[in-house]
Design a protein around this ligand. Structure first.
Ligand code: M6R
Length: 609
């Protein structure tokens, strides 16, 4: 949550920072602010509202002169969105300005101590203690003061810091919140994420926990928390600049939905060689795979739903028991992690706080961790024993689509690879599945080519719906979970997902006239059972929307409308049936006039617990 950008160089800082922040709004967008060193003073502009409000206030940055500055876009944790709670925060004599991403867990204790010393606080934020602590320790040595402050803070933080008496220096530090350093010909940057600086440079350094960076117009110096200088290796980001732009689409979400064929192809193709699946980055011998006794899949939100699909697919194909945990639960429930267990952490951002903590829990207990990650160089990618990257490219919309689809592809690759090595599927079945796996990108493309206007029409019928339920059996249940989350997070329609067979055990009491029930039927052996459940809800007034395989005419008879997806192997149907559900959510949200890319109360990267 929260996005940070900082700049020191030859150009005016404010317009560059606003440009960078516009690429980070997915991380939070309830308020924004800038601190610019004008050569004499540190000037602050900050306000509640979207970045546009700040941009208007500062005339696109032109009203703030100076080539050193820090910027912030906020997702409120401590203190409601307001002008005062916006970052940057500044000390009483305006000599130190700080932007922060993360949570200072012991801020109340620190605040009370500072209050006793006579410090006054303006905001309700946890961040303000950082600037006041810096004020109390700064005696002319910035690095020493920063290192001292770090010893006092519990929790997570990425900080950008500017001192009034240091017009030639920008400082930053991180612990458990992401921060990168970018170097271009005209200046140096700090940022929470790559898209913020992609227009300026691809040359970046990734800051590790506890590291401090000092940027001047000519130099970049890194230090560990003992203030010993350290060397870091510069990396080149491979992402294309256009990937972080809307490219003519009305929203990033729509663009990313349309990018799915390519994203899935890019994830699958490099791992298919000579009609076999080769996952080099797995670093597991055939012996290791044969000896697997259990797999834990741990993730949050949509990535958790991928884990649920993975459970059905891996258990059925490779016959390895799979347990799927929400990362926020896994870390606190003392899971039994024994020899022969593999933990898989799935995360688009690679920065989700709970998933990162789950990774550490597993590693601490001596279990190998495989990360399925989209953002190269992210915290989880760096800390996992092995990483299987999903090649979705930058995903900006808060509601995940293409990253989710590539994570599914990664699950299929793993399941089939494990199954082949363990001899739990025949060569013939493997070959057949491989053919179907290769066809998924084209099939997604055909749904997009032929389905968009139909989905727009269907969505227009459900814009006014108040409650919705998504049901399915087997992998269809896992697709239902994702369809339901997509709808609720961007259209704010109340929505829940249930295994179709579970309805009668309580949820059916909620069905009333006009309730939307989206029923998924892609598992031929379960058609009849789910059709019975559709009839049950329809006879209680529900409006049933069926999502099913081409040729299943029965489903159309018991539904108001039916969407057909191309036929594929039964393990892969989620990859196809989720596409109409993404489009449905998108067009319902657009129909309701909501800001699809920045849904209320949400942020893309959840770096707090
Ligand atoms: O970056 P991650 O994949 O770890 O994020 C996990 C969830 O926060 C994420 O999938 C979230 O549920 C999305 N908003 C869903 O669209």
């Amino acid at each position: 949550m929260c996005g940070i950008v900082g700049y020191i160089g030859k150009e005016q800082a404010a317009p560059l920072l606003l440009e960078g922040l516009s690429k980070l709004e997915y991380r939070g967008y309830d308020s924004a602010g800038l601190a610019i060193h004008n050569g004499t003073d540190v000037e602050i502009s900050k306000c509640k509202g979207r970045l546009k409000v700040l941009s208007d206030l500062t005339e696109g940055g032109a009203a703030m002169q100076g080539s050193l500055g820090i910027g912030h876009t906020r997702w409120a944790t401590h203190g409601a969105p307001s002008d005062t709670n916006s970052h940057p925060h500044i000390n009483a004599n305006s000599s130190i300005a700080v932007v922060h991403n993360g949570i200072i867990e012991n801020y109340l204790k620190i605040k009370n101590r500072l209050l006793e010393k006579g410090y006054e606080f303006q905001s309700q934020t946890d961040t303000e203690v950082v600037v006041q602590l810096l004020d109390s320790y700064y005696k002319g040595d910035a690095l020493a003061a920063i290192a001292k402050v770090m010893t006092k803070l519990d929790g997570s933080y990425a900080l950008g810091i500017v001192f009034k008496d240091r017009p030639e220096e920008l400082f930053a530090v991180r612990k458990d919140s992401p921060l990168i350093v970018g170097v271009s010909e005209t200046g140096k940057f700090i940022a929470s994420d790559v898209p913020a600086i992609l227009k300026q440079t691809r040359d970046v350094y990734y800051l590790e926990n506890g590291e401090i960076v000092r940027l001047t117009r000519n130099e970049v110096n890194f230090y560990n928390s003992d203030l010993e200088p350290i060397e870091k290796e510069m990396k080149t980001v491979q992402w294309d600049i256009s990937a972080a732009e809307k490219g003519g689409y009305k929203h990033f979400m729509l663009k990313e939905i349309h990018e799915q064929p390519k994203a899935v192809r890019d994830t699958i193709n490099p791992r298919i060689r000579n009609n076999d699946i080769v996952i080099d980055e797995l670093n597991m011998s055939e012996e290791d795979i044969k000896n697997l006794k259990k797999i834990f899949i741990v993730a949050c939100g949509s990535a958790y739903h991928v884990g649920m699909t993975g459970k059905y697919v891996i258990e059925d194909l490779a016959r390895i028991p799979v347990e799927v945990d929400m990362a926020s639960e896994f870390r606190y429930r003392n899971p039994i992690l024994e020899e022969g267990t593999l933990t898989i952490i799935i995360s688009q951002s690679g920065e989700t706080a709970d998933s990162l903590a789950a990774l550490r829990e597993a590693k601490e207990k001596g279990v190998k961790v495989l990360g399925i990650i989209n953002v190269v160089g992210s915290s989880i990618a760096r800390e996992a024993d092995n990483v299987m990257y999903t090649w979705a490219g930058p995903e900006i919309a808060v509601a995940t689509t293409k990253a989710y689809s590539t994570q599914l592809a990664a699950m299929y690759l793993l399941a089939m690879h494990f199954a082949k090595v363990r001899g739990t599927i025949s060569g013939e079945q493997f070959d057949h599945m491989l053919q179907d796996l290769r066809r998924i990108p084209d099939q997604i493309q055909s749904i997009l080519d032929n389905g968009v206007s139909k989905l727009q029409y269907i969505a227009s019928h459900y814009v006014a719906v108040k409650d919705s339920f998504f049901i399915g059996r087997g992998v269809d249940y896992t697709t239902a979970l994702e369809g339901s989350l997509k709808l609720k997070e961007i259209s704010y329609i109340h929505s829940e997902a249930f295994p179709a067979g579970e309805l009668k055990h309580g949820p059916i009491a909620l069905i009333e006239e006009g309730t939307l029930v989206a029923a998924l039927l892609t598992q031929e052996d379960l058609y009849k059972k789910t059709i019975s459940n559709m009839v049950e809800v329809q006879s209680r007034g529900a409006r049933v929307l069926a999502i099913t395989n081409e040729g299943n005419e029965e489903a159309a008879k018991v539904s108001e409308m039916a969407i057909y997806i191309p036929n594929t192997d039964k393990h892969f149907t989620t990859s196809l049936s989720v596409i109409p559900l993404q489009l449905l959510s998108y067009y319902v949200a657009v129909g309701k006039g909501f800001d699809v890319d920045k849904p209320r109360n949400l942020a893309k990267s959840v770096t707090v617990e």
